[in-house]
Write a protein that binds this ligand. Structure first.
Ligand SMILES: Nc1ncnc2c1ncn2[C@@H]1O[C@H](COP(=O)(O)OP(=O)(O)OP(=O)(O)O)[C@@H](O)[C@H]1O
Ligand SMILES: [Mg+2]
Length: 338
C-alpha cells in the first residue's frame, strides 16, 4: 500500500480548505483512494463456490441455505441491480445467523468479513443510549454514505436489530429503495443484512407445530414462516422493526428464518470444529460434547422446558429436542474437554 507523503496531504488541505468540508472530504477521499487501498478486494463471484460452502459448512438450515444462495447469486450476477439486496435473518441464539453472514462475505471479498468493504453495526455496542439517538442517526448517515461512496459493492450488517431504536432504522430506509441515489452516491450494489433473535421463540413453536403434525424439517418452506415473521417483526413493540417503514413499505426483500438446531446438528458442529482443529473424525467425542449442551423439549401441551439431554431421555437421531443455544457453546465445551 502506498501512503501519501505528509507534504502532499498538507498541500491538498491548503488547496481544498476553502471548499465546503463535505465536498472537500469527498474529493480528498476520492483522491487519496487513487493512491491507497480504500475498498476490500472483490472476488470473482461463483455461485458454485457459494453453494459448496453452504452445503459443507451450514447445518440444519435448508431454508436459509436455499434462500441465501438464490438471492445472493441473482444479485451478484446482475451488473446493474435496481435496488440493494436486503436480507433479514431471524432465529434463536447460536443457530448460524452470523455464521452465514461470514460465508456470504467470504464469497464476495478476498478478506471476507474483515474486508474494508464490510461494516457491522451492533445495537448495544454502537447505539447503546436512547438519549443519544439523534447523534447516532447523524453518525450513521455519514458512515453509510462514506463507506458506499468508497465501495459501491459494500456489505452493511445490522446485528441485534431487535434492540435497535426504530428511529435509527428509519434513517437507512432511503438507502434501501429502488434506484437509491443520494448526494450522487448509488446504493444499488450494496448488500444490507439485518439480524435479529427475538423471533427465535416463534420459529421454535412453529417448528414444533409442524413436527407434531408429522412434517419433516426438510419439507418446510419459506412460505410456512414468512408472513408470521414479517407480521411479528412489525408488531413486536420491543423490536427495532416496530412500525418501521422498512416493513410497512416492503423494503426488506427477504425474511429468512433460522430453525432451531437438533442434537444431530450440534454433533455436526462439534465434528466440524474437530476437523478445524486438525483432530479428525471422532464420533464418540462429537456425541459426548453434543450431550453436554442444554436442550429444550416440550410436553404434550407444547410447554417448553430445559434439561440436560442425559438426564432427560435417550436421544435418538430423530429426537425433536432443540439445542437451547444452538452450536454456540460447542467451542467452549471442546476447549474444556480437549
Ligand atoms: N447452522 C449452523 N451450521 C454450522 N455451524 C453453526 C451453525 N449455527 C451455529 N454454528 C456455529 O456456532 C457458532 C455461533 O453461531 P452464530 O454466531 O452464527 O450464532 P447466531 O445465530 O448469530 O447467534 P446470536 O443471535 O447469539 O448472535 C458459529 O460460529 C458456528 O461455528
Ligand atoms: Mg450473531
Amino acid at each position: 500500500m502506498r501512503i501519501l507523503p505528509r507534504f502532499w496531504i498538507v498541500l491538498l488541505c491548503l488547496i481544498f480548505g476553502p471548499i465546503t468540508s463535505s465536498t472537500a472530504h469527498g474529493f480528498f477521499q476520492g483522491f487519496s483512494c487513487y493512491f491507497m487501498k480504500c475498498c476490500g478486494e472483490e472476488k470473482a463471484f461463483s455461485a458454485a463456490d457459494l453453494k459448496s460452502d453452504l452445503d459443507k459448512k451450514l447445518f440444519g438450515q435448508h431454508l436459509a441455505r436455499d434462500t441465501v444462495l438464490r438471492a445472493v447469486t441473482r444479485f451478484m450476477k446482475n451488473p446493474d441491480p435496481e435496488k440493494p439486496l436486503v436480507l433479514s435473518f431471524y432465529g434463536g441464539t447460536g443457530v448460524g445467523k452470523s455464521f452465514i453472514t461470514k460465508v456470504i462475505a467470504d464469497n464476495v471479498y478476498t478478506d471476507g468479513i474483515n474486508s474494508m468493504s464490510v461494516r457491522l453495526f451492533s445495537s448495544q455496542h454502537h447505539f447503546p443510549h436512547v438519549d443519544k439517538v439523534a447523534l447516532y442517526k447523524d453518525q450513521l448517515k455519514s458512515q453509510i454514505q462514506e463507506i458506499v461512496s468508497r465501495c459501491a459493492r459494500s456489505m452493511i450488517i445490522f446485528d441485534e436489530v431487535d434492540k435497535l431504536h426504530p428511529g435509527i432504522l428509519d434513517v437507512i430506509k432511503a438507502y434501501l429503495d429502488y434506484n437509491a441515489n443520494i448526494d450522487g452516491v448509488s446504493y444499488r450494489k450494496v448488500i444490507f443484512i439485518f439480524i435479529s433473535n427475538t423471533e427465535g421463540e416463534i420459529i421454535n413453536r412453529k417448528m414444533l407445530h409442524f413436527m407434531n403434525a408429522g412434517k419433516n424439517r426438510e419439507d418446510l418452506c419459506l412460505y410456512d414462516f414468512e408472513k408470521e415473521l414479517s407480521d411479528q417483526a412489525f408488531s413486536n413493540k420491543k423490536g427495532g422493526f416496530w412500525h418501521s417503514d422498512l416493513i410497512a413499505r416492503g423494503m426488506i426483500g427477504l425474511h429468512v428464518p433460522f430453525l432451531p438446531l437438533e442434537f444431530r446438528h450440534v454433533k455436526m458442529c462439534v465434528q466440524a470444529e474437530l476437523n478445524k482443529r486438525g483432530l479428525g473424525n471422532d464420533e464418540e467425542l462429537a456425541i459426548k460434547i453434543a450431550h453436554k449442551l442444554c436442550y429444550l423439549s416440550t410436553d404434550r401441551e407444547g410447554q417448553q422446558y430445559g434439561a440436560r439431554t442425559n438426564e432427560l431421555r435417550d436421544l435418538s437421531e430423530e429426537s425433536n429436542i432443540f439445542s437451547k443455544k444452538g452450536c454456540k457453546l460447542v467451542t467452549t465445551e471442546l476447549d474444556m474437554d480437549t
